[in-house]
Write a protein that binds this ligand. Structure first.
Ligand SMILES: [Zn+2]
Ligand SMILES: [Zn+2]
Length: 110
């Protein structure tokens, strides 16, 4: 049985930067997302507009709600993408909440 991941993000242990849209490895950072200026494989990478992918965090980064330099991109943006799932895909968020170990902790805090 194969399961679809809830969130896909770049590796924070990769030796190279990867495109924020499609995660293709970038040996040199030559192009950027035209809105938030994170590294991309090309200006028009279709992944940059993916509503379940980079588009999730692009608005926040573009509006500088979350200031983020691309050097810190991989780890932070993946976490951001996970948190934004709550709004973008409430059904998936519900599933994660039900299965995550911190769910029990949250119930205790109420
Ligand atoms: Zn790309
Ligand atoms: Zn962007």
């Amino acid at each position: 049985m194969e399961e679809n991941p809830a969130v896909i993000g770049p590796s924070d242990t990769a030796a190279f930067y990867s495109c924020v849209g499609c995660f293709r490895g970038l040996k040199n950072v030559r192009f950027f997302c035209p809105r938030c200026h994170l590294p991309a494989c090309r200006t028009f990478c279709s992944g940059l507009r993916d509503p379940a992918g980079h588009a999730l965090e692009c608005d926040l980064l573009h509006n500088k709600v979350v200031p983020l330099s691309y050097h810190a991109w991989p780890g932070i943006a993946f976490l951001l993408r996970c948190l934004l799932l709550r709004k973008a895909n409430p059904a998936m968020w519900q599933l994660i909440e039900e299965q995550a170990p911190f769910a029990a902790m949250k119930r205790v805090e109420k």
